[in-house]
Write a protein that binds this ligand. Structure first.
Ligand SMILES: CCCCCCCCCCCCCC(=O)SCCNC(=O)CCNC(=O)[C@H](O)C(C)(C)COP(=O)(O)OP(=O)(O)OC[C@H]1O[C@@H](n2cnc3c(N)ncnc32)[C@H](O)[C@@H]1OP(=O)(O)O
Ligand SMILES: CCCCCCCC/C=C\CCCCCCCC(=O)OC[C@@H](O)COP(=O)(O)O
Length: 479
């Protein structure tokens, strides 16, 4: 502010904070004396060069602001001149109106000359120090305003009721007291206002419409039912994740948090009427690290997975899941390992790090070796990362097979009903003594055993639905 004043050739008079000497002001003023003697005193001299009276150094004193007081008159006398402002005896045109009246011609001229091109012909707001800017020409400055009180305010003859000024288009217009007159609403606007019933009736109508439409769609269209169920599944997981996050955050990123997620997800099978049957759980090695590999049909795998998830076991997931809102954050807090499938080198190095962690921190890892979801009722060729991992760490592989969902779920047909699913834990496959060269054979062997079981458990019971009869169904799965 001070710099801008200096640019404009305006010297402030000590009416602003920077000039107020706090504390021992006599001593501070004495320190300023030599500068004043050289004639370079900035704060001590008014625009006219006259030494300022003591009142200027103590403008915080309340009496200095009393209109008409001696100090106020002294301050008015030393009011700086604005460019083009004629000299005028103090007392004439005092107060905001007085200042505006004396400075207005010069400022209007400056505004018209310099600001016309910037504001499209409108005079720009003239630069005025804060004390010289009249808030409005019609209303006196409010008592609660943050601008300093005017030292030259006239003795208010009759307090006028406060009037609300219409918003001015430019600061210059506001300063000149020529704000635009309040605009009368156009007749079309009035008509629109009368027709528009308000937002709440419209929302209520929409709500009632939904209330009628959703059950109709639910009962009449299996496809709509499928979409509702899937939407609810994802939404519910996102919601549960929101609840899980603060609980998990207490421990920070920790594999033990996976237990919390597991407990929170266990009930979902009841919501969907899916009976999950677990067999072979005794095959889990009791207390040692291992790598779990399982088939991957859909995001519904989460239900079977949570049913058998061993302690200190974390899944390896695609990196994109990290950005799935609250679910991503919950996964991160539970120690889920994220890999970038587009960068093989990075994914492999992450897997190698995991091999170390398995041993040092006694954790288990759950991998979907197909690398993506597979809806065709078979199993894709296995990627080898999980097997390299097990061989590097020399830990067993525990294959888990989830039976086909096709008797209750088929994405192609948009079918999602209640049903049952079997989760079979197969005996662990040891990897001691194996080398990276043995990985392809190991992966094939494990896949073969899993596919055999998959066919076995998917075709028994109710025998599957329509999807199974299509090419690529369980019956066509190649060993
Ligand atoms: C409440 C809230 C709850 C939220 C939910 C919580 C639960 C969340 C559940 C989330 C569930 C989420 C579920 C999901 O997100 S599933 C999707 C993500 N998971 C996976 O992709 C895992 C399976 N993929 C692999 O294992 C791949 O192999 C990787 C990803 C590693 C590389 O794949 P990529 O396709 O890029 O390459 P490639 O497989 O052709 O391999 C290339 C070459 O590299 C060799 N190689 C590979 N690995 C290693 C190694 N370690 N050391 C040494 N060498 C290695 C390999 O033998 C091959 O060489 P060669 O054999 O051809 O000579
Ligand atoms: C603010 C961002 C909001 C994002 C909303 C994202 C909606 C996601 C909602 C819920 C997340 C549910 C987490 C379920 C975890 C299931 C993991 C899963 O099945 O991932 C698929 C992956 O294996 C293979 O992916 P692709 O088949 O290759 O594709």
């Amino acid at each position: 502010m001070k710099k801008e004043w200096a640019k404009e050739g305006i010297q402030h008079q000590g009416t602003h904070k920077p000039c107020v000497l706090k504390g021992n002001w006599r001593k501070k003023r004495m320190q300023l004396e030599p500068e004043k003697a050289r004639g370079g005193g900035r704060a001590q001299r008014s625009a006219r060069g006259a030494e300022l009276p003591r009142a200027h150094w103590s403008m915080r004193r309340k009496d200095a602001w009393v209109p008409g007081s001696r100090l106020a008159k002294q301050a008015a006398h030393h009011r700086p001149l604005l460019p083009g402002q004629p000299r005028k005896p103090a007392g004439v045109g005092e107060g905001w109106g007085g200042i505006a009246a004396t400075a207005a011609p010069a400022l209007r001229e400056t505004a018209g000359r310099e600001g016309g091109r910037e504001l499209g012909g409108q005079p720009p707001p003239p630069f005025l120090p804060q004390w010289a800017q009249p808030p409005t020409l019609t209303s006196p400055p409010s008592a609660g305003a943050r601008t300093p009180p005017n030292p030259v305010a006239p003795l208010a003859p009759t307090p006028r009721p406060r009037q609300r000024q219409p918003p001015a288009t430019t600061a210059a217009a506001a300063w000149l007291g020529r704000g635009p007159a309040p605009r009368a609403p156009h007749p079309t606007e009035v008509a629109r206002m009368e027709l528009w019933p308000g937002i709440w009736p419209v929302l209520l109508l929409l709500f009632l419409l939904l209330l009628f439409l959703l059950p109709t769609l639910w009962f009449c269209s299996p496809s709509a039912k499928y979409f509702f169920k899937m939407a609810f599944y994802n939404g519910w997981i996102l919601f549960l994740a929101v609840l899980a996050i603060p609980v998990c955050a207490v421990r920070g990123r920790n594999v033990e948090n996976m237990k919390i997620l597991r407990l929170m997800l266990l009930h979902i099978k009841y919501l969907y009427g899916i009976r999950v049957e677990v067999r072979g759980a005794h095959h889990f090695p009791p207390s040692q690290p291992y790598v779990v590999v399982s088939n991957h049909q859909s995001s519904l795998d989460l239900l079977g997975m949570m049913e058998v998830l061993p302690g200190r076991c974390v899944p390896i997931a695609k990196r994109e899941l990290l950005w799935a809102g609250s679910a991503g954050l919950a996964c991160w807090l539970a120690g889920v390992i994220f890999i970038d499938r587009k960068r093989t080198g990075d994914a492999i190095s992450v897997m190698s790090e995991v091999a170390q962690t398995l041993l040092t921190q006694d954790v288990r890892v759950w991998v979907f070796p197909e690398g993506t979801r597979n809806h065709n009722g078979s199993m894709l060729p296995f990627k080898r990362g999980a097997f390299h991992l097990a061989v590097q760490a020399q830990v067993p592989i525990v294959p888990i097979v989830m039976s086909s969902y096709q008797d209750f779920y088929c994405k192609k047909e948009r079918r999602f009903t209640s049903g049952r699913c079997q989760v079979r834990v197969l005996p662990p496959v040891p990897t001691e003594g194996l080398t990276p060269d043995d990985v392809p054979a190991l992966a094939d062997r494990v896949r073969h055993s899993m596919l055999t079981v998959f066919r076995e458990i998917s075709t028994d019971g109710r025998g599957g639905g329509d999807c199974l009869k299509k090419p690529g169904g369980v019956g066509d799965a190649r060993l």
